[in-house]
Every structure is written in structure tokens, then in C-alpha cells.
Design a protein around this ligand. Structure first.
Ligand SMILES: [Zn+2]
Ligand SMILES: [Zn+2]
Length: 360
């Protein structure tokens, strides 16, 4: 048990407590006061949390409809940025005062997937704030060094909190290999779809079309430099594909909505021999025309979260200005109004992309 940087430690006052947001049951978020975290171990870091991003999967859990994450009560928050306030004796990566975040997955290290380095699909995967131990929706949070990443000084806590969804996009676009000279469709212009489209452009895709049913989200896509957009309430998918790609069609698609109709359109529309990557979370299990898939030699790829290199790449590319995050942050709520943030998303999903919780 080591505690360096003790002068900045919140534990110096042992009677002090901290605020924590807890999803007690579907539909009910409460703020409560709890003891400060236990003392950190030699490989651990204590973060003072500044920002927590609200994720679509948090909202699925709030509705009680997440297909895998259904443990209540749960302290959510797997997208966060914080300030290092104390580090264990063996920690080299971070020092007090630095900004940091961490991957939220807990993996076993022993299963076949882990042994081949594919630990993002660990057989015993647990995700902090989802189906695992508690997340970062609180004032202080302990992270281990092996899952932590340093955030450069010139980046903001907002950006730090958005590295998690950015890493999802880094990973999903890495799955398909070389995107150069390929036309790409991304269905869904929420946070993940937007970031996937930005990554596809950054990785050299020829033309990228992003679709949604909400103009607000498509306008945000344009702000982020994704020039080709289509509102499928106003234009058919086939017409949009023709308008943007002409006779070339598209070779790669990312399904970032998680609904049957999006998947059906992409499988029917992608070029023969093309690839469809599945990122959306399906509340209802979709039907796929496997005969069509076989006949056209399509590839359907899963994409699950990220690995450490995706976090590092996300930080590098955000810091280099290749991936824009600020247009995506649409609202801020203080920690004490966590439930209001969820209610806002429930009532006005059309006006929300990334809702950020300001802990400080
Ligand atoms: Zn998330
Ligand atoms: Zn494993």
C-alpha cells in the first residue's frame, strides 16, 4: 500500500466523503455520498474525475434493455477524463498533476482470445460501469497503470473523456485493413458513427457517406469534415449512394445504428465481395439473408470495443487535429444532475450527441 503525492491526496481528511452517481435500477439514477476510494496499490493511480461522457450503452442500461449489461445497482461511467492526484510507488507512466484516462475492460489473461492478444473479446470480459465493477461516475476513481493512458497537457478533459468512443472508431476502422481508394458508408451519425466516418477519412478512404434520420446529427457530421451526408427520411439509401458514389458504389460499410433496416440496406447495397462491419448494439436480434451473403461473397465483421493501441492512436490523432471532438459535445450537466442528463437524452435524443457530465 503506497500513497505518493500524499499532500494532494483526498484521504488526508479521513472524514471526507465523495459524491457518486448510481443507477439503482432501470430508470432511476441517484446521487449519494460514499467513502473515498481505498488506498491505492503500488501499480495504481488515483484520478480526480473531471468529465464523464454518457454513452449509448449507459442509456440502454438505464432503460433496462442492454443485451449484456444488466447488473443493478451500477455506478456507470466508462468514458472519463481525470487529473492524477496520487500514484503508487511502481507507477512510471503518470505523475500527480497529469491528465489521464483508462480502458475500462477487465480481462482474464488466460483464455484463448487473451493468449493471442485479442483481449478485447476475452471470454471473461468485464467492463467497468457496464457489466463489471463500478465505473467513474464519481469524484475519485482508481485505475491500474496497465490500462491507463496519459493525456497530453494541451488536450482538454473533454477530449480525454472522449478517447473511449474514439478508440471504438479506431478499432472498427482498423478491422477492415486498407481503406485507401475505397468508398465507405457509415450508417448512424451519433458519436460512434461520426467518429468512424472521421477515422475512415483520416485513413484515406476515397469518399465517405454518413446517413442518419436526424438533420441535427448530419449537420454535426459536416462540422467535423464529413461532407457527404444523407437523411434517409428524405432520400432513399439507393438514391443517396448513387448521388455520392455514382457508378462506383461502396466497398465497405459500418453499421453503427443497431437496427435491422440499417443492416439489411448495407448488406443489400455493398459491392459484391465487400465488407460490412457491425458496431451497433442490437436490442433485437436482426435477421440476415445468409444466402445473399454467400452468393455475393460478402464479409461481415464484428468489432468489439478496442485494444490499448486503439487508445494510443485515438489520443495521437485527436491531438494532431485529424479527429474533431468538440462539435460532438452537445450538452453539459453537473454530476449532481446525472439523472437530468438521462432524462434529456430520453426526451430529446434528436438534439443530443455526446452529453458530458462535469464532475468539477
Ligand atoms: Zn461507451
Ligand atoms: Zn481472457
Amino acid at each position: 500500500m503506497f500513497m505518493m503525492g500524499i499532500c494532494s491526496s483526498p484521504r488526508k481528511n479521513k472524514y471526507k466523503r465523495m459524491k457518486q452517481a448510481i443507477l439503482k435500477e432501470p430508470g432511476l439514477v441517484e446521487i449519494r455520498e460514499v467513502p473515498l476510494p481505498r488506498e491505492i496499490r503500488s501499480n495504481e493511480i488515483l484520478l480526480k474525475i473531471h468529465r464523464v461522457g454518457v454513452c449509448g450503452s449507459d442509456i440502454h442500461m438505464y432503460y433496462g434493455k442492454h443485451p449484456f449489461a444488466n447488473t443493478y445497482p451500477m455506478v456507470q461511467g466508462h468514458e472519463y477524463g481525470g487529473e492524477v492526484v496520487a500514484v503508487g510507488a511502481d507507477v512510471k507512466l503518470l505523475k500527480p498533476g497529469m491528465k489521464a484516462t483508462a480502458r475500462p475492460h477487465l480481462v482474464c489473461g488466460n483464455c484463448a482470445a487473451c493468449k493471442k492478444g485479442q483481449y478485447n473479446v476475452c471470454q471473461n470480459l468485464k467492463v467497468e460501469g457496464c457489466a463489471g465493477p463500478e465505473g467513474a461516475a464519481q469524484e475519485y476513481f482508481i485505475i491500474p497503470e496497465d490500462r491507463a493512458v496519459a493525456i497530453p497537457d494541451n488536450m482538454s478533459y473533454d477530449q480525454a473523456a472522449m478517447i473511449e468512443p474514439t478508440a471504438v472508431a479506431a478499432h472498427a476502422t482498423r478491422r477492415v485493413g486498407d481503406l485507401c481508394d475505397k468508398n465507405v458508408v457509415v450508417m448512424g451519425a451519433g458519436t460512434i458513427g461520426n467518429l468512424v466516418a472521421q477515422f475512415a477519412i483520416a485513413r484515406g478512404a476515397k469518399n465517405v457517406l454518413i446517413t442518419d434520420l436526424v438533420d441535427f446529427k448530419l449537420a454535426k457530421a459536416k462540422e467535423c469534415g464529413i461532407t457527404h451526408t444523407a437523411n434517409l427520411k428524405k432520400e432513399s439509401f439507393t438514391a443517396a449512394v448513387k448521388r455520392v458514389f455514382g457508378e462506383e458504389g461502396f466497398q465497405v460499410a459500418f453499421e453503427a445504428v443497431g437496427v435491422q433496416s440499417a443492416l439489411t440496406e448495407l448488406i443489400a447495397g455493398v459491392e459484391n465481395g465487400g465488407t460490412v462491419v457491425i458496431i451497433g448494439v442490437y436490442v433485437q436480434n436482426p435477421v440476415v439473408n445468409m444466402g445473399f451473403l454467400g452468393e455475393h461473397e460478402l464479409q461481415v465483421l464484428g468489432s468489439m470495443m478496442y485494444r490499448h493501441e486503439d487508445y494510443l492512436e485515438a489520443i495521437e490523432w485527436v491531438n494532431a487535429g485529424k479527429i474533431k471532438l468538440s462539435p460532438l459535445i452537445t450538452q453539459y450537466y453537473p454530476l449532481t444532475d446525472y439523472h437530468d442528463a438521462y432524462k434529456f437524452i430520453e426526451a430529446q435524443a434528436d438534439q443530443a450527441i455526446k452529453v458530458m457530465i462535469s464532475v468539477i
